[in-house]
Design a protein around this ligand. Sequence first.
Ligand code: NAP
Length: 258
Amino acid sequence: MPTIENGSRTREFTGKRALVTGGSRGIGAAVVRQLLDAGAEVLTTARSATSTVPEGAAFVAADVRTRAGAETVAAAVRERLGGVDILVHNAGGARPHAGALAIPDEEWQDALELNCLASVRLDSLLAPGMRERRSGAIVHVSSAAVLTPVGPFLHYVAAKAALETYSRGLSLELAPSGVRVNTVTPGRVATPGGEETREQWARLDPAPGGTGPDATVPLGRDGRPDDIADAVLFLVSDRAGWLTGSNLVVDGGEFPRG
Ligand SMILES: NC(=O)c1ccc[n+]([C@@H]2O[C@H](COP(=O)([O-])OP(=O)(O)OC[C@H]3O[C@@H](n4cnc5c(N)ncnc54)[C@H](OP(=O)(O)O)[C@@H]3O)[C@@H](O)[C@H]2O)c1
């Protein structure tokens, strides 16, 4: 079934209600925009609203690192959408440190809260509704950093690795009710957060080589937010109706795997 007609995506998500975390910029904003273009009703969240929240999306300010933040988002979903058919856990990130042993306790805690527990909590609040309705699609956004766990990012990498394992396990639990759960793993993507993190990393270690901040991507360019959004939209669409528990790596060929 073609999804692009006359240069624009068909409105295949008409009637679908979606929550996207971290939709105020970068990859999350691209996912929000593509879902809106395809006809979905979209609620997004970040700690604060910005001019880059796509027009047409509902917005709730919340810090998803906390249980209270997750409850605020779940309440907004009930109030603004009445429930959710598509759940995209995109908010994430972390600051690099001088090495694995230099990462302070509170940064480990922060990385785990944002990159893993935020998804666990929101799923626990919103996925039961999907299970009752016997339909829904969830995507967790991980990172190709998991494939090369370098010291400056071990807190982030470990949290994303936990997220991937959790995502696979949740897919098995929800499969009997028809709810699909998948992971998208981006490589290096040009976003405000991604660029800032790589600049911080380059200041810590100007010449790490290999997979460092200046690593080259075999397909010749960094990813664009829409490259990742395309993968997310496929996974939450009916075209991926027989896909669950998968991990789609979208990295321009940086980490070939079997
Ligand atoms: N860009 C890359 O190269 C890359 C590579 C691999 C994986 N990823 C992953 O892709 C996802 C998106 O990355 P990105 O590069 O688009 O990031 P970004 O440009 O930093 O945007 C992150 C979004 O998440 C929100 N956010 C951050 N902390 C939050 C919190 N505590 N509570 C609620 N919202 C929060 C931000 O808004 P506020 O700051 O206002 O809260 C913003 O809307 C992340 O999970 C990241 O780990 C990115």
